[in-house]
Ligand binder design. Structure first.
Ligand SMILES: *Cc1c(COP(=O)(O)O)cnc(C)c1O
Length: 420
C-alpha cells in the first residue's frame, strides 16, 4: 500500500482532502525561515492563524465595553464556556451536559477525585497504569495520603510484563480478580503518553464497574487524537487538556466529563465555587449552594475568556475538518511513518507503540537501542521537532491537521542519515 519515495508522499498529499488545513496554522521555522518538521503536537499543538483574531475580538470588546462585555460582547462572557461545550462534547463522544471546559487538567483530576474517590477502610486502593504521566501519579498518591492511606499499599500499578513495553488487558483483569474488593478507583490514561498505547476504554470501564469501582480516564493524549466515545464507555469521569492535540495554546484550560448518571446526584461531595451554582440565582449572592446539573456544576471560578477564545478557534477548525476525516487521515499518516521506520531495517530500532492502529493514536514511540540524547539533539539540529524520553525513546506524533506525508517522509530520511 505504501511506497518508500518522496513522489509517493507528494502523491498522498495531493490526494489528501484535508491538506489545505496545514495552511491554517503557523509552522515554526528555522533561522533561515524554512519550516521545521514539527512532530510534537502531542506536547504542544501549533497555533491556528485564526486564534489571534478570536482573542483580539475579546480584547476589543473588553476595551470598548468594560464590564458590560459580560452581557453585551458579541460572545457574552457570562455564558462563554457554553459556546465551547457542544463541539468539545462531539470530539470526545459525550452529551453536552456531560462536558465542561474549566480549570486545568490536574486541577480537574483532583476535583473529580474529591467527588468520586470516596474510600472506606476496606475499599480504598487506586489502580493506574505504570508509566502514568507524573502529574497523574502525584495526584493519586496525594489523594491516598489525604485520606490517610499509604501509597505503598494503596497505589497499584498496571504494568507491562517483564521484557515487554505494553500493558495487557488480561493483567488488569488479574489485578481485579486478586484485589478488586479493596480497589475503589481505576484511573487510567486513555492513551499512554510514553508508549502511545490506547487502552480499550469500554472494556476497562465494564471491568471496573463489575467490581463496584469508579472508573476515570485521563484523555490528555486522547482528546483530538482518538475518538474515546466517552458516554458509551460508561466511564464515571474523564479529564483532559487542550494545549496538546487541541491546539489551544500553552497552559490553556482543561476540560472535564462527568457521566450523565451522576448529573443530578445530590449526595456527591464536591468542592464548590460560584460558577457551579444555579445560573438564575448566581448573582443574588445570598443563596445556599445549588449546583448546576451535569458537569457544569463542578465549575469554580469565572473562567479566563482569552484562553477560551483560543479554544473556540481550535474547536471551529476541528468542526470544519470533521473528526472522522481527521482520524482516517491520521491512521494512514501514522501507518506511513511506521512503514518508513520499518524500511530503515535497522536492528537498533523498535517501535514500542502497538502495531494495531485501533490501539494507538497518531504517536509512535521509537526505541533506539544504545542511543542517547545526542540522537535527539542531532534530529533537532536537522530541523525536526520531536520529543525525547530517557533512556532511549523518541516520540513522534504526526498531527493530521497540519502534518503532511512529505513531513513524515523527510523525517524518516533524516533519521536514517543520522543513524548511519
Ligand atoms: C500533559 C499531561 C498532563 C499535564 O497536566 P496539566 O495539569 O495540564 O499541567 C497531565 N497528565 C497527562 C497524562 C498528560 O499527558
Amino acid at each position: 500500500m505504501y511506497q518508500n519515495s518522496l513522489e509517493f508522499a507528494s502523491q498522498c498529499d495531493k490526494e489528501d482532502s484535508l491538506s489545505h488545513f496545514r495552511n491554517k496554522f503557523h509552522l515554526p521555522t528555522n533561522d533561515a525561515g524554512e519550516a521545521l518538521i514539527y512532530l510534537c503536537g502531542n506536547s504542544l499543538g501549533l497555533q491556528p492563524k485564526i486564534t489571534s483574531e478570536y482573542i483580539k475580538k475579546e480584547l476589543n470588546d473588553w476595551a470598548n465595553l468594560g464590564v458590560e462585555g459580560h452581557t453585551e460582547a458579541e460572545h457574552p462572557w457570562l455564558p462563554y464556556h457554553e459556546f465551547l461545550t457542544e463541539k468539545m462534547a462531539m470530539l470526545v463522544g459525550a452529551k453536552p451536559q456531560e462536558v465542561v471546559v474549566m480549570n486545568t487538567l490536574t486541577t480537574n483530576l483532583h476535583l473529580m477525585m474529591v467527588s468520586f474517590y470516596q474510600p472506606t477502610d476496606k475499599k480504598y486502593k487506586i489502580v493506574v497504569e505504570s508509566d502514568a504521566f507524573p502529574s497523574d501519579k502525584y495526584a493519586v498518591e496525594s489523594q491516598l495520603k489525604f485520606h490517610d492511606f499509604d501509597p505503598e499499599d494503596g497505589l497499584i500499578l498496571w504494568k507491562p510484563r517483564e521484557g515487554e513495553e505494553l500493558c495487557r488487558f488480561e493483567d488488569l483483569e488479574q489485578i481485579m480478580v486478586e484485589q478488586g474488593d479493596s480497589i475503589a478507583l481505576l484511573m487510567i490514561g486513555s492513551t499512554n503518553y510514553y508508549s502511545g498505547q490506547s487502552f480499550p476504554l469500554k472494556r476497562i470501564t465494564e471491568l471496573g464497574h463489575k467490581y463496584n469501582c469508579i472508573v476515570g480516564f485521563d484523555l490528555a493524549h486522547g482528546a483530538g487524537n482518538i475518538y474515546p466515545d466517552l458516554h458509551n464507555t460508561g466511564a464515571d469521569f474523564a479529564v483532559w487538556c487542550t494545549y496538546k492535540y487541541l491546539n489551544s495554546g500553552p497552559g490553556s484550560l482543561g476540560a472535564c466529563f462527568v457521566h450523565q448518571r451522576h448529573a443530578e446526584n445530590p449526595k456527591l461531595k464536591r468542592f464548590a465555587g460560584w460558577w457551579g451554582h444555579n445560573k438564575q440565582t448566581r448573582f443574588n449572592m445570598r443563596h445556599d449552594f445549588d449546583p448546576l446539573p451535569g458537569a457544569e456544576g463542578w465549575q469554580l471560578s469565572n473562567p479566563p475568556i482569552l484562553s477560551m477564545a483560543a479554544i473556540r478557534a481550535s474547536l471551529d477548525i476541528f468542526a470544519e475538518a470533521g473528526f472522522e476525516n481527521l482520524r482516517k487521515k491520521s491512521v494512514k499518516l501514522t501507518g506511513f511513518l511506521e512503514y518508513l521506520i520499518d524500511e530503515l531495517k535497522d536492528e537498533r530500532i523498535s517501535i514500542i507503540t502497538p502495531r494495531n492502529n485501533q490501539e494507538r493514536g497518531c504517536q509512535l514511540s521509537i526505541q533506539v537501542k544504545s542511543a542517547n540524547k545526542e540522537l535527539h539533539d542531532r534530529l533537532t539540529a536537522a530541523g525536526v521537532i520531536s520529543d525525547w524520553r530517557e533512556p532511549d525513546v523518541i516520540r513522534v506524533a504526526p498531527a493530521p491537521l497540519y502534518n503532511s506525508f512529505e513531513d513524515v517522509f523527510r523525517f524518516a530520511e533524516k533519521l536514517k542519515k543520522i543513524l548511519n
